[in-house]
Design a protein around this ligand. Structure first.
Ligand SMILES: Cc1cc2nc3c(=O)[nH]c(=O)nc-3n(C[C@H](O)[C@H](O)[C@H](O)COP(=O)(O)OP(=O)(O)OC[C@H]3O[C@@H](n4cnc5c(N)ncnc54)[C@H](O)[C@@H]3O)c2cc1C
Length: 507
């Protein structure tokens, strides 16, 4: 059977047939659900409630050993596997009706080693699971704007947070990954082992296996000067132009964004902001209050209506962007911008500014550059980013009609700025179905295709942005495709110790 035939047979057959799930239930400590089971709907429900996947089977894995068993079960029955943590990034996924949804939400163990300093996070950990204990040691992780986004999905797709211009993408701070590859083996990829696998998970998405844990560097950051300036939305053009000019003057210690924010008329929104629209600048400065105040002086001089800048502890950064803190139905889309000159700002204001009738709740442009623009030493699939800014437009989508409207408006904003798009989009903020070739540098995509061919020639792993395997095997996993391995056989782990000291293998 050639590759195309194999793919077709994998996507058109109904591999579950409901018969032998008991084998899997016995093999794992976690839970297994299929359609009709009590608990199936809860198990398949992603954080982004706009996605409505109905997988053939859902496995709530409780451990790496469960992941091994689930992968072997799926592979031995020709079923494809979609790894998922929170489901924040569920929108771009392909239909999963014949697939196994392999959820890691119960695997939230985190260990901090202040001596390195580093963190080890199991695949289901949320960012708040890392940032809070890290802060007890005066350390910060390269978390994103929301405390309940998953460490794994975010990091596999790059991971751009409030320290990005100083320390780069989260993916490039990953020092080791534990991954169950489609042959059902748990492998450790680190500086000395499985270099291609390590490279692929560092920014190339989760296309070559199911990650069970990541290890990453932490940084000595206790406090930052950070906050937001709120201006009435009628001043959006002036504010965004001023912010754009200001970004050309700031050091790498400043990471910032400008956004148009339409707040809902909900009781949890402070009264003076409730139901109103604003132009905002949000920024974080790695330094003290005096230097920070001096840096943001040009923007303060514009006279914001609300000014929240203050010294804050590092974990509080994750509330700066005011992301929803409960599962919500949302739609959105993003794009890297090669640049964001005055004409692009005028265009943005026309399609999303005060006079644009739009259902979009937030249209933001983040400032890149700094460490993001320099090749990370031993970097992964996104070793550097040439784009100077990144756009994201999105909104709440509680009904199909609103979902369509928000999607249409987000696309319209993206299209309007097409003249300034970079050559590819940002992996993590591309929320519509798109191949990995659309969200990675071309060289990286080509290398990833070869690595995919080596580890996952059958395309067993379903990732947010698919990779088509091609080319010769680069670092051939030593095993044959292990479709025939039986469920219940002990996991074949390498015999290694990681930075966190635990036995990796033969345990
Ligand atoms: C409110 C909000 C704020 C955000 N802020 C930022 C931000 O500041 N910076 C930024 O860069 N991005 C940001 N994002 C985007 C976010 O990084 C992506 O949506 C990311 O995919 C979420 O990861 P997750 O693990 O929470 O989601 P999931 O939906 O669980 O995972 C997303 C994808 O990652 C892969 N994956 C997850 N777990 C595994 C695994 N164990 N093994 C293999 N593959 C796996 C799969 O392909 C999966 O489809 C934000 C998103 C939201 C909703």
């Amino acid at each position: 059977m050639n590759l195309k035939e194999r793919q077709e047979s994998m996507t058109t057959s109904n591999p579950i047939a409901g018969r032998d799930l008991e084998t899997l239930r016995t093999a794992v400590t976690g839970d297994v659900f299929t359609q009709g089971d009590h608990g199936y709907d809860e198990a398949r429900r992603p954080w982004n409630l706009a996605a409505d996947e109905r997988p053939a089977v859902v496995v709530m894995a409780g451990s790496a050993a469960d992941v091994v068993q689930a992968v072997r079960f799926a592979r031995s029955r020709g079923m494809r596997i979609a790894p998922q943590g929170t489901g924040h990034g569920s929108e771009p996924l392909e239909p999963l009706q014949d697939a196994m949804l392999l959820r890691t939400v119960r695997m939230r163990g985190v260990r901090i080693d202040p001596a390195v300093p580093a963190a080890r996070a199991e695949a289901g950990a949320l960012w708040q699971d890392v940032t809070v204990p890290a802060a007890e040691h005066g350390l910060a992780a390269l978390a994103g704007s929301s405390p309940d986004v998953g460490v794994t999905g975010y990091t596999l797709g790059g991971g751009m947070g409030w320290l990005a211009r100083r320390y780069g993408l989260a993916a490039n701070s990953v020092t080791a990954a534990e991954v169950v590859t489609p042959d059902g083996r748990l492998r450790r990829a680190d500086a000395d082992h499985e270099p291609d696998l390590l490279w692929a998970v560092r920014g190339g998405g989760g296309s070559v296996g199911v990650v069970t844990a990541l290890e990453m560097r932490l940084y000595p950051v206790r406090e930052l000067y950070a906050g937001a300036l709120f201006f009435p939305v009628q001043r959006a053009a002036e504010v965004v132009q001023a912010w754009r000019a200001w970004t050309g003057t700031v050091p790498d210690e400043v990471t910032s964004l400008s956004r148009i924010l339409r707040l809902p008329p909900l009781p949890e929104v402070p009264e003076r902001l409730r139901g109103r629209a604003f132009a905002l600048v949000e920024a974080a400065y790695l330094g003290d209050a005096a230097a920070g105040a001096e840096l943001i002086r040009p923007l303060r001089r514009l006279g914001p209506e609300v000014d929240t800048f203050a010294m804050i502890p590092a974990p509080a950064l994750q509330h700066l962007h005011m992301d929803p803190d409960q599962p919500s139905p949302a739609q959105g889309d993003g794009a890297f911008l090669a640049d964001f000159p005055a004409a692009a700002i005028d265009t943005l204001i026309t399609v999303a500014g005060p006079d644009a009738g739009t259902p979009l709740a937030s249209i933001e442009v983040r400032h890149l550059g700094g460490a993001l623009a320099r090749p990370a030493p031993d970097g992964g699939a996104q070793a550097k980013i040439d784009a100077k800014y990144v756009l994201f437009a999105g909104g709440l989508a509680p009904t199909p009609e609103l979902a369509a409207a928000v999607r249409g408006h987000a696309q319209a904003v993206k299209d309007a700025l097409a003249a300034w798009h970079a050559d590819y989009d940002y992996y993590n903020l591309e929320e519509t179905p798109a191949p990995a070739s659309a969200v990675l540098p071309p060289d990286s995509y080509r290398r990833l295709q070869k690595i995919k061919a080596s580890y996952d020639p059958d395309q067993a792993i379903i990732s947010a942005h698919p990779v088509r395997p091609v080319g010769l095997l680069t670092s051939a996993p030593d095993a044959q495709p292990a479709l025939m391995r039986s469920v219940g056989e002990p996991a074949a782990l390498g015999d290694r110790r990681g930075a966190f000291g635990e036995r990796r293998a033969g345990e």
